[in-house]
Write a protein that binds this ligand. Structure first.
Ligand SMILES: Nc1ncnc2c1ncn2[C@@H]1O[C@H](COP(=O)(O)OP(=O)(O)OP(=O)(O)O)[C@@H](O)[C@H]1O
Ligand SMILES: Nc1ncnc2c1ncn2[C@@H]1O[C@H](COP(=O)(O)OP(=O)(O)OP(=O)(O)O)[C@@H](O)[C@H]1O
Ligand SMILES: [Mg+2]
Ligand SMILES: [Mg+2]
Lengths: 254, 254
């Protein structure tokens, strides 16, 4: 019960938030109970579900610095529950540095709620700092989105190095949930080259489902809706539903 | 002489590195003496110019922790000189936290070389941590790339808040050099909506030059070349040459 999956890659703009929001929504549509945790100070995953934290309201920041329980900050949205972020969580990166067990804050904070869900999906910021380390320490597995572009390949060895370091010192059981190719444009050679390279690097771990570049995926956040609610017929929506199905099927085999 | 310009935006994947590399190369082609400093542990700007730091070679990391002078780490590439990065610079974020004048490390490191150049262009990682704070403290101005997508607008108030904080406590004279719209796709309503929003927010500061989405810009890094060397006729190359021209013209008026 309650599997925690980190969506992580320190390369910016590769589709972490788009995957966290739309995989969560698609799993919710498939009758799974899902909590989406937003660990990014940009709070894009929160607004992707139409959730904004006003001053005085609880966010992941208050949860990480032990000023609130996770349950107090969680919002229901229908398809998934959200533990939202707020820009003030940038402060946690510095405030936690000198604290004891600073990497375990998220793991401890989620321990009281995780049993109520089938999946807890955690969106990470584009860095390998304390917020991402907290997530990799709390997670059972990590799903790695890879944009089909050259620079996205370059950062992989750094990410894998960090995952190995976490497995050695903070979370022995951390596994790779899967590798997702995003923003694939079938008209471009570059997309196929990067896809081939990722498959030769990760083999089986690469999902059969590939997310195409699709304008509906970049439009839906401005309406605060996952793509399945914004335009269910779109290629973007269909690809994330297909991913959710493959993700669920893989649960029995990992 | 020697104006230091930070290329910053904590939102990931908005075109910081692509702008740092191709603006530097275009300024070099216009006979300006340019130093490109790579402050990102991903070291994308370095590899965008075909520069890789091997073990034992100096990078921005050794310069920031006072183990090397900037002059020792700088490489010549023809169009621009490069002070390259290496993934080990991630360590500086933690190592510098407890040091005195931790935000001034880059400013002090560049003071010895800045006079040899017309422009020093600094590529930032996608975060507002110590590496970006060092850059904003050292910089005369900051150039803000904005991807023409919804999430890219959301992070602007955080970025402006950080710039204001730096202006108040670390660098009184920091100015906004300009705002650059990137990955503009004229077929998408979203691109025009975001462009209109940015212009109403920043007014004059928005460059007339808009960078179109152009596959040559995402292909050239895999050859370790700026686009002006990879495909000088491409829309990508022409738009960065046009930006360089507008950037130079604006110097007299800022
Ligand atoms: N398959 C897709 N097709 C078209 N646009 C996409 C797709 N996936 C993501 N986008 C858009 O690309 C941009 C980057 O995606 P997103 O913000 O999800 O990446 P990220 O990795 O979360 O970024 P960050 O590193 O800043 O957290 C966003 O504007 C998003 O709307
Ligand atoms: N105008 C453009 N047209 C097409 N592709 C582009 C354009 N600008 C950038 N790209 C590609 O988009 C991706 C993101 O750009 P880039 O890496 O420059 O952004 P960044 O802001 O530096 O990212 P990070 O936040 O990770 O540092 C890269 O793969 C790059 O090659
Ligand atoms: Mg994100
Ligand atoms: Mg970059």
């Amino acid at each position: 019960m309650g599997k925690i999956v980190a969506i992580a890659n320190q390369k910016g703009g590769v589709g972490k938030t788009t995957t966290a929001v739309n995989l969560s929504a698609s799993l919710g549509a498939a009758e799974k109970r899902v909590l989406l945790v937003d660990m990014d100070p940009q709070a894009n995953a929160s607004s992707g579900f139409g959730v904004r934290v006003e001053d005085g309201e609880k966010s992941i920041y208050e949860v990480l610095i032990d000023e609130a329980d996770a349950a107090e900050a969680i919002r229901e949205t229908g398809l998934a529950d959200i533990l939202p972020s707020h820009p003030r969580v940038i402060g946690a990166e510095i405030e936690l540095v000198s604290q004891i067990a600073r990497e375990m804050k998220l793991k401890n904070a989620l321990s009281g709620v995780v049993k109520q869900y089938d999946f807890v999906i955690v969106d990470c910021p584009p860095s390998l700092g304390l917020l991402t380390l907290n997530t990799l320490t709390a997670a059972d597995s990590v799903l790695i989105p890879i944009q089909c572009e050259y620079y996205a390949l370059e950062g992989l060895s750094q990410l894998l190095g960090t995952i190995r370091m976490v497995q050695k010192h903070l979370n022995l059981d951390l596994r790779i949930e899967g590798v997702l190719l995003t923003m694939f444009d079938k008209r471009l050679n570059l997309s196929s080259q990067v896809a081939d390279e990722a498959i030769s690097y990760f083999g089986e771990k690469v999902y059969d489902t590939i997310i195409p570049r699709n304008v509906r995926l970049s439009e839906c956040p401005s309406f605060g809706q996952p793509v399945i609610l914004y335009d269910v017929q779109s290629a973007g929506s269909r690809s994330y539903m297909k991913l959710a199905k493959e993700f669920i099927e893989k649960q029995d085999s990992i």
